[in-house]
Design a binder for this molecule. Structure first.
Ligand code: ADP
Ligand code: MG
Length: 886
């Protein structure tokens, strides 16, 4: 128990899995907690003593599932192994922790998402001196760091790093602003503490990183981002402590500057459904799901990175477009390249496993065969290039360059495939993975083992003759080794030879050994033991060789990933009919026949109606998008955001033609009513996010506002929406798409030079609303609330009555009650800006208030959000209002 307590004292924040024979045991609080949480049987050690120790255990071969469950709950598990063979150890078997499995640091292939990184992130610094953020994927060695001047920027940046675990210094964690904020922003990301010996200040941090990263550490860059370096040193220290005795597979730190990327915060990522759908929180229905046609895990991860970190540098963006364009044009070569890419295993994670000393013979065998496929991939890419017109070729070359003198690690492929069998197992214990012809000694030992089998047959034949028992058998078991078995029925009939020694009596047979058999056994067993040891030696040597070549292999893996991501984008562009956007610094967004990539995919073929959209900071800076419920407003404004992101990540875009001035940031805000799925319907959140946009948007930003102001009363809502639009126009200058059902906002166009009204058209046809999905100039003149209500199944009598009331109200000349009504119909005179509500309110002295209320309710109704049950209830209330006056 002392040994256990020592280990536990060194890993107080972890649940200790203590290996005892075939089990991992837990003790004390660990045991009570885990037994309760995972439903294990709690027992006690030293029963009968005064305070028995609570204990529970899991079989060692089933440990995976328990590790998965515990890390999913946010725990860290320290695996304490036996370091000696208990059979040969004297005294207490030596044990120590060989690995700590945490939510962010997990090497288990099966619990890792192939196409997602597994980042553990650290945050350093403070509000006065700025913040640093670093995130590391231990499985691949991907390692990024950046700085953020404010907490807001830090939280935004952290969002797209998608950490599985967050490492914080103990102090701000306790009650500091940062700790509180991060806990609120990322309640579901488990948090851990920075190890005590990790650097807290820039100087020691830089020194420790430089020592680790040697030649690749950019001192000059690091000096400009001291807090990024501190965070990087901390995350390394944390991850390093989880792998005692191994070196982390990290050789490069990517220090990036936020302004070198299109900044996407948590709202944008969520509202634009970049990586998961808002409703289901699943990948299905997200942008990545539609555009990910990569064939390898590495390519999938890179594409995700491109999506979350789009570029802003025009030449760099064009380089990716060049490469995609080339691959779009070369159908046959692209198909072939993608087929080969599908045969390439996850080089990054395999190399990572080799470096951490956990790669199995199967891993390395797979690695070897993957590398051996690369020349075919290169040939396909060369063909894609050959089809190209002269002159246009160079730009794409550095992205698509796999061959042409580049390192394909052919030597390593050859070493691996010649050494390891293609069917190499995942465990080293029994050998059987090294090819013949690699080592003379190994071949000899193998010959003895197979000769042994012949020898056994010979012995068996001889003994049968000697005893006259035809059913005599030579057998083997783990306890006695080789023995001769004679069934009981024969025993009485024969005389046992003198050199037979009785070993064991079983139900219907006796077992014997002979000196000859014992000799033979000795020879085979030693040969077998020696063979396993020798295979292991060869394998470990090979693994070290691969680990030593990690930088070469990772550089190669990165090139393969790039090709895969580009080929995938080309495939999407081809299949979905995307066009190459013209990207420049103009600030203009001009889309012809633009579509929504995800809605289009889900719609029936050809059913999606494309639209032209133009935004120009000098002219059409703010577009007020009106139209009835369900017209397609949200879809339209989001598709512009998605198009910008796609273009800047290097993809073609869903449009007939597109010109895109590079944006520095895409902001989104979805009104509370549209955002119930996320469970954050409070008006406060809505306003906080809006404030965030107004504060940080620049003239180069794209702002997408969907029904803001909806989370409060109508007048408040209109007023806030109005003021926000005005501010974006007068002060911020950001390109803005503002979808709203407040027709009052259309009046802004009359008084503000760069505000334009557009509406998504709907027509009434024989009393039914028909959604045309077509964008037209001018504000929507009608909201079609009554027609939508009819669509939703309101009884004809109610619909008729509502229509009659609407007619009276409209002929009244804009009379109004509580409900907002169009102030500035299409192309009408701008409404007076002041007295917008007061004047309107005074114009309606007498009204049928009940009908008015019904109408107001119908207008404000979002049919999408209505369950059948709620619709029935609402209907009952409305009918009651109309039939029981007063
Ligand atoms: P709004 O925001 O105006 O209420 P949405 O944008 O939510 O409307 O669109 C409602 C539905 O109409 C969407 O679910 C989508 O399926 C469909 N839709 C939207 N735009 C189009 C379009 N351009 N072509 C075809 N269908 C569309
Ligand atoms: Mg909408």
């Amino acid at each position: 128990m002392r040994q256990y307590l020592d280990v536990k004292a060194r890993y107080p924040d972890a649940i200790v899995f203590f290996r005892l024979g075939d089990f991992y045991e837990m003790f004390y609080e660990d045991a009570t907690y885990v037994a309760k949480t995972l439903g294990l049987t709690l027992t006690t050690r030293d029963k009968g003593k005064e305070d028995p120790v609570p204990m529970c255990g899991v079989p060692h071969h089933a440990v995976r599932t328990y590790l998965v469950k515990l890390t999913e709950l946010g725990h860290r598990v320290a695996l304490c192994e036996q370091l000696e063979d208990p059979k040969v150890a004297r005294g207490i078997v030596k044990r120590d922790v060989i690995r700590v499995v945490t939510p962010g640091v997990n090497l288990d292939e099966e619990s890792l998402e192939p196409c997602e990184p597994s980042f553990v992130a650290a945050v350093a610094g403070d509000a006065r001196r700025g913040f640093g953020l670093a995130f590391l994927d231990v499985t691949t060695g991907a390692f990024h760091a950046t700085e953020a001047p404010t907490i807001d920027a830090l939280v935004d940046e952290l969002a797209r790093a998608e950490p599985r675990e967050l490492v914080l210094d103990a102090n701000p964690l306790d009650d500091g602003e940062l700790g509180t904020l991060l806990r609120r922003a990322y309640p579901r990301v488990p948090q851990a503490r920075v190890p005590a010996d990790a650097p807290r200040e820039p100087d020691p941090a830089a020194a420790s990183l430089r020592a680790l990263l040697r030649g690749t550490f950019d001192v000059a860059l690091a000096e400009r981002a001291p807090w990024a370096v501190v965070a990087a040193a901390q995350v390394l220290a944390y991850a390093g402590a989880t792998q005692p005795g191994a070196t982390l597979p990290v050789s490069r730190l990517d220090l990036y500057h936020r302004s070198d990327t299109l900044v996407l915060d948590e709202q944008a990522r969520a509202h634009l459904e970049l990586t998961e759908s808002l409703q289901t929180r699943r990948r299905a229905g997200s942008l990545i799901d539609v555009i990910d046609e990569t064939r390898s895990a590495m390519g999938g991860r890179l594409l995700r990175r491109w999506l979350l970190f789009p570029l802003v540098d025009v030449p760099a963006i064009r380089r990716r477009h060049d490469a995609v364009e080339r691959l779009v044009g070369a159908h046959e070569a692209r198909d072939r390249a993608r087929k080969h890419l599908g045969d390439v295993a996850d080089l990054e994670r395999l190399v990572g496993r080799a470096r951490l000393g956990v790669a199995s013979p199967r891993d390395l065998s797979v690695l070897g065969r993957s590398l051996a496929r690369l020349p075919e991939l290169v040939a396909a890419l060369d063909d894609a290039r050959a089809g190209e017109l002269l002159g246009a070729r160079d730009a794409a070359d550095d992205l698509l360059r796999l061959g042409g003198g580049e390192d394909l690690a052919g030597d390593l492929a050859e070493r691996l495939t010649s050494t390891l069998r293609a069917d190499a197992p995942a465990v080293t214990k029994e050998g059987g993975y090294v090819n013949a012809g690699i080592s003379d000694e190994l071949d000899e030992l193998a010959a003895i083992a197979s000769g042994g089998r012949e020898g056994l047959v010979a012995i068996e034949a001889r003994e049968r003759e000697r005893t006259g028992v035809a059913s005599l058998k030579v057998k083997f078991n783990n306890v006695f080794g080789y023995y001769i078995e004679i069934t009981r029925s024969h025993l009485a009939k024969v005389e046992m030879p003198a050199d037979y020694t009785r070993k064991q009596t079983v139900a219907n047979a006796e077992r014997f050994v002979t000196p000859e058999l014992a000799d033979f056994e000795q020879k085979i067993l030693t040969a077998d033991e020696r063979r396993c040891a020798l295979e292991l030696e060869i394998f470990l040597h090979l693994r070290d060789e691969i680990a030593a070549a990690a930088d070469r292999l990772l550089a190669l893996a990165a090139r393969v990933a790039t090709v895969d991501a580009l080929a995938g984008l080309a495939e999407v562009a081809h299949r979905a009919g995307y066009c190459r956007p013209v990207v420049d610094d103009s600030g203009v967004i001009d889309l012809a026949d633009s579509r929504h990539p995800v809605v289009e995919r889900l719609a029936a073929a050809g059913a999606f109606v494309p639209n032209d959209v133009r935004l120009d900071p000098a002219q059409e800076q703010v577009l007020i998008v009106t139209g009835p419920n369900m017209a397609g407003k949200s879809t339209l404004i989001r598709q512009v955001g998605l198009t910008v992101i796609l273009a800047q990540m290097g993809s073609f875009v869903p449009a007939r033609a597109a010109r895109l001035g590079v944006c520095d940031r895409v902001f989104t805000r979805v009104g509370a009513g549209d955002n119930l799925a996320r469970g954050e319907s409070t008006f406060l959140v809505e306003m906080r996010e809006t404030a965030h946009i107004l504060r940080y948007a620049t003239p180069r930003s794209l702002v997408i506002l969907d029904e803001i102001g909806r989370g409060t009363s109508t007048y408040d809502g209109v007023s806030i929406a109005w003021a926000v639009a005005e501010h974006l126009h007068d002060r911020v200058g950001a390109k803005t798409l503002f979808a709203t059902h407040y027709h009052e906002l259309c009046a802004l166009a009359g008084t503000h030079a760069r505000v334009r009204n557009v509406s998504v058209a709907a027509r009434e046809w024989k009393g039914e609303v028909v959604f045309l999905r077509k964008l037209a100039a001018g504000g929507a003149s009608r909201s079609f609330g009554v027609e939508v209500a009819k669509l939703a199944g309101l009884p004809p009598a109610v619909v008729e009555r509502a229509r009659a009331i609407l007619r009276t109200l409209e002929s009244d000349g804009g009379a109004r009650g509580d409900a907002p009504q169009p102030v500035a119909p299409a192309n009408a005179e701008p409404a007076p800006q002041l007295g917008l509500f007061d004047a309107a309110g005074k114009q309606s002295p007498q009204q049928d208030t009940a009908a008015d209320e019904v109408l107001a309710t119908l207008r404000a109704l979002d049919v999408d959000d209505l369950s059948p049950r709620a619709a029935l209830d609402l209907l009952a209330t409305l009918t009651k209002k109309l039939t029981e006056p007063g």
